[in-house]
Design a binder for this molecule. Structure first.
Ligand SMILES: Cc1cc2nc3c(=O)[nH]c(=O)nc-3n(C[C@H](O)[C@H](O)[C@H](O)COP(=O)(O)OP(=O)(O)OC[C@H]3O[C@@H](n4cnc5c(N)ncnc54)[C@H](O)[C@@H]3O)c2cc1C
Length: 318
């Protein structure tokens, strides 16, 4: 069939890239669309220490970008096409699926692998949206440098919040971690490192209520949820700005598929072969409702989705 890909992959995170390696290696004509940066969520962190086989005594080489670059080259070496485009519309119900990108182009495929992953969850405090990029950030690796020798507040109580707070202590003068509960939900080894870091203060039972300023974040209002007392942090004239990093989890990026693919709390439901409720459409990675969201599990999903889609295309298109 002319101009019909065997496989279209939406999303170039670990799941989508792994899927592309497998479909292309299986001689399926493959095109992958990525709207932002290849690597997805892992590209916003600075270290990947738990991916099997990705190890070096030299820390530089543990940067996730190295792994992602390798995946990209591997997929391309087998013939996969990788395009920097946002998918804006999907038509999945017919046997030949149609995918529309932001430039209005329509691509056709015999099978589709959805791997759009997850994005940072918003905290919901006053001023959060207005000051995003003006002091409020969701990515320490991207923005830490802006706050060199300044004060930084981080919000969250999980592994990512603690790890990223520790990372920020390398840049900021002081980091205060704001934790809603009276404990951290992080690995004991990470908590120990946090407690021993002289630049990191942890404030438990505290909520961030509001950030405000004149063009950039200059003050923040907090609530001690145990005593109900409010307090405010105001930046000094000398500093002019401070950072507020929010690490309160990730939501699935699945809006595009609402009303088409079965979902559970916004996560796309798929079976053990990554098949969704629509024939020929597979879902892989963090957008599935699963307990452990890691590079290694995303990559596994991608490989399974690719092999299942290969079988589907062979059976239905001969
Ligand atoms: C700060 C941080 C640290 C982490 N540290 C680790 C770690 O140390 N070890 C580990 O194993 N895991 C870690 N993780 C988790 C890991 O990054 C994720 O589990 C993994 O990236 C999930 O891969 P994915 O491909 O399913 O989704 P994602 O990585 O979310 O990738 C999805 C991709 O799809 C793209 N996309 C979305 N919508 C569209 C569209 N409409 N059109 C085109 N493209 C689209 C996005 O831009 C994105 O690139 C970390 C995550 C974060 C946030």
């Amino acid at each position: 069939m002319d101009n019909v890909f065997d496989s279209i992959i939406i999303g170039g995170g670990p799941a989508g890239l792994a899927a592309a390696v497998y479909t292309a290696r299986g001689k399926m004509s493959t095109i992958l669309f990525e709207k932002a940066v290849l690597g997805g969520q892992i590209s916003i962190t600075h270290e990947l220490a738990n991916y099997p086989g990705f190890f070096s005594a030299n820390h530089e080489e543990l940067h996730p970008k190295y792994l992602i670059d390798q995946m990209e080259m591997q997929a391309k070496s087998f013939g996969a096409q990788i395009e920097k485009k946002t998918v804006t519309e999907v038509r999945l119900n017919d046997k030949i699926k149609e995918i529309v990108t932001s430039d209005g182009q329509v691509y056709k495929a015999k099978s589709v692998i959805v791997a759009t992953g997850a994005g940072p969850r918003k905290l919901g405090c006053i001023g959060e949206r207005e000051y995003t990029g003006k002091g409020v950030s969701y990515c320490a690796t991207c923005d830490a440098d802006f706050f060199t020798d300044l004060e930084v507040f981080c919000v969250g109580g999980g592994d990512t919040a603690v790890e990223e707070s520790l990372y920020l202590t390398r840049f900021a003068r002081k980091v205060t971690l704001i934790v809603r509960k009276d404990y951290l939900r992080a690995a004991a080894s990470i908590i120990e490192r946090a407690e021993q870091n002289p630049k990191l203060e942890i404030k438990y039972r505290t909520n961030l209520l509001e950030v405000k300023g004149d063009g950039a974040v200059e003050s923040a209002r907090f609530l001690n949820n145990e005593t109900n007392e409010e307090w405010e942090y105001k930046v000094s004239e000398e500093d002019g700005i401070f950072g507020v990093f929010i690490f309160v989890g990730y939501d699935p990026v699945t809006k595009l598929f609402e009303g088409m693919l079965d979902m559970q709390d916004g996560f796309i439901v798929a079976d053990e072969f990554m098949k969704t409720n629509i024939e020929g459409v597979f879902a892989a990675g963090d957008l599935r409702p699963k307990m452990f969201k890691q590079v290694v599990t995303a990559v596994s999903d991608g490989a399974i989705a690719a092999m299942a889609s290969e079988k589907y295309v062979a059976e239905h298109f001969g």
